[in-house]
Design a protein around this ligand. Sequence first.
Ligand code: CMX
Ligand code: CO
Length: 146
Amino acid sequence: MLTRIDHIGIACFDLDRTVEFYRSTYGFEVFHSEVNEEQGVREAMLRINGTDDGGASYLQLLEPVREDSTVAKWLAKNGEGVHHIAFGTADVDADAAEIRGKGVRVLYDEPRKGSMGSRITFLHPKDCGGVLTELVTAATGAHAEH
Ligand code: CMX
Ligand code: CO
């Protein structure tokens, strides 16, 4: 069951500059940052609020680290902006299987590594009304520790 907006993914050319915009404009601080080599991104997670399923909602600021990463390709075509949304679930395997059964393309056979030790998969934007949609199961304790 999908129980929260886990994050909104925002693609940018310059992560440090974008982090500074969100800090100086809204007062949001970086909760966690990492490089995800597999996804080809450097990212900053800004924790916005806790959620009633015990999780939290974040902004995920994304800068490509490789020319051939999906985010680099997207930025070249679209420029900076909202890249994807992510729903949180306690069981990404079960939800991905259920959604696949409804005829929506799930991009990975098995969930992969996401932010803060989470497990993630994606639904094809062409099957979701033009919205690239991620499903996330957070690592235990990820919203409190980082
Ligand atoms: N949102 C909406 N539509 C998108 C999209 C996005 N983020 N990315 C691509 N599309 C659309 C394109 O506009 C294009 O549509 P048209 O054919 O109408 O022009 C179509 O999907 C195909 O796009 P493409 O540019 O040819 O890109 P690919 O097919 O090579 O890749 C996708 C698209 C979704 C399979 C790829 O981006 C992917 O695997 N995404 C999942 C992984 C990811 O995004 N990782 C980065 C974030 C990591 C994280 O969140 O932790
Ligand atoms: Co994401």
